[in-house]
Design a binder for this molecule. Structure first.
Ligand SMILES: *[C@@H]1O[C@H](CO)[C@@H](O)[C@H](O)[C@H]1NC(C)=O
Ligand SMILES: *[C@@H]1O[C@H](CO)[C@@H](O)[C@H](O)[C@H]1NC(C)=O
Length: 408
């Protein structure tokens, strides 16, 4: 009886958490002042060119008028240009960073479509802290590589104090339990057993949830027909009691508050680089040379039509404060937001109107060669804000990366 009572109290405690809506992002929010576009080359060596909104509209990556009309944020990658595989900037894509940072919270992302599992791609929805990576942590909620069917959920932390997870109380499969960067770039990882990529899109998309408290992080995935009623209702706060077993349960020997704080939310669709490039060969993707990275770049450069399904379609992203959690969410003040554009879906007057759409040119000149930083040099790139990984720790020359090089 005493044991039963204890079990009941623990369950009751877990379910007593309630959630207050802090932010709800939808439609043009993703291209208004709630998110900023990170531009230029990729800190994780991808064959990508993260572009501005103006360029994104010119190349058909995004249609602001359409988003204004539908209220659904949809963006993709360049699906028409043939590129130079040896250029340092690769295929045009977008990388969105939230302006507001969060410590703790319940994050609910409703997607109608995620980038499909396609060779050469490395899409992610993730959270990243400030400073030298990964001292303030990284949380990966969606991360897929090449043609792999499984979504990999992971955490990356510093090694002191060490942070390891038990891998119990979850439906997904524990792949690695050490979240610390000192031992590998992999972090602690869980392979999801839920629909992801093309299969999730086939089911009408779904909802990804992250619960982050001082006690750890839990992640869930629900495809469209399985979304818990409280989330589906949109008017109620989500009820944890409806969620069931998490796909990933990051709990164990880890001081989560020491490792994870003030995170920005990021969406990006990368190509090749330190993850998809590194694993291109082992994933059975089409090899043009004996080198995995090089073959990945060649494939991405030459087959724009392969990426027609590499787009995001986000219905909304809600962030809730966890009311019963002991620590207080610390949020940076949000930049002023302009909602005047919403009713008529016209762009706010304070913004420069994107250039009119023109047919993309099919020329290698689309991806100019830019100098890459060299190992050990301090990199000054105005497009990389302070929240980026430590660029001085990376070796940018293709082929000279450690084979264990993983996600950053
Ligand atoms: C953008 O969307 C608008 C509204 O749906 C449409 O009229 C227009 O043709 C689209 N532009 C492009 C380049 O597809
Ligand atoms: C983690 O820290 C604990 C306590 O300091 C120590 O006993 C353990 O050996 C450490 N584990 C690793 C993998 O470093």
């Amino acid at each position: 009886m005493a044991l039963l009572w204890t079990i009941l109290s623990i369950v009751a405690l877990a379910h007593s958490q309630t959630f207050n809506l802090l932010q709800s992002y939808k439609g043009l929010d993703f291209f208004n002042r709630a998110f900023t576009l990170y531009e230029g080359w990729d800190p994780t060596f991808g064959y990508v060119d993260y572009v501005s909104l103006t360029v994104a509209e010119q190349y058909g990556l995004v249609n602001i008028t359409e988003i204004g009309k539908t209220g659904i944020a949809r963006w993709g990658v360049d699906t028409s240009s043939i590129l130079d595989p040896n250029a340092n900037l690769g295929r045009k894509s977008l990388r969105l960073h939230s302006v507001q940072t969060f410590t703790h919270g319940l994050f609910v992302l409703d997607v109608a479509h995620v980038p499909a599992d396609v060779c050469g791609t490395w899409p992610a929805f993730w959270l990243l802290g400030n400073g030298v990576w990964p001292t303030t942590g990284e949380v990966d909620i969606i991360e897929q590589t090449n043609n792999q069917k499984s979504n990999i959920m992971s955490l990356h932390s510093d090694s002191v104090p060490n942070c390891t997870i038990a891998g119990t109380g979850q439906s997904g499969t524990l792949l690695t339990n050490d979240c610390a960067y000192a031992n590998s770039y992999t972090g602690c990882t869980v392979s999801s057993n839920q629909l992801s990529g093309a299969a999730l899109n086939g089911a009408g998309g779904g909802v990804f949830v992250l619960l982050w408290t001082s006690q750890g992080m839990q992640m869930w995935t629900f495809h469209r027909s399985e979304i818990p009623p409280s989330i589906k209702s949109k008017t109620k706060a989500p009820l944890l009691s409806e969620f069931g077993l998490p796909v990933a349960n990051f709990q164990g020997s880890c001081d989560f508050d020491a490792h994870f704080h003030e995170q920005q939310m990021i969406f990006n669709t990368d190509f090749c680089g330190s993850n998809a490039g590194e694993t291109f060969q082992t994933h059975g993707c089409p090899m043009a040379t004996s080198k995995s990275w090089e073959s990945c770049n060649i494939f991405v450069a030459n087959t724009p039509q392969a990426f027609l399904e590499s787009y995001w379609e986000v219905n909304y992203l809600n962030v809730y404060e966890v009311v019963s959690a002991p620590a207080v969410p610390a949020s940076a003040p949000e930049a002023p937001r302009d909602f005047t554009s919403y009713a008529g879906a016209t762009w706010p007057a304070s913004w420069t109107a994107p250039a009119p759409f023109s047919t993309p040119t099919r020329a290698p000149a689309n991806n100019p060669k830019v100098p890459r930083p060299v190992m050990g040099q301090t990199v000054v790139n105005p497009s990389v804000e302070t929240a980026g990984p430590d660029m001085t720790k990376r070796d940018y020359s293709l082929g000279r990366l450690p084979s264990a090089f993983g996600r950053a």
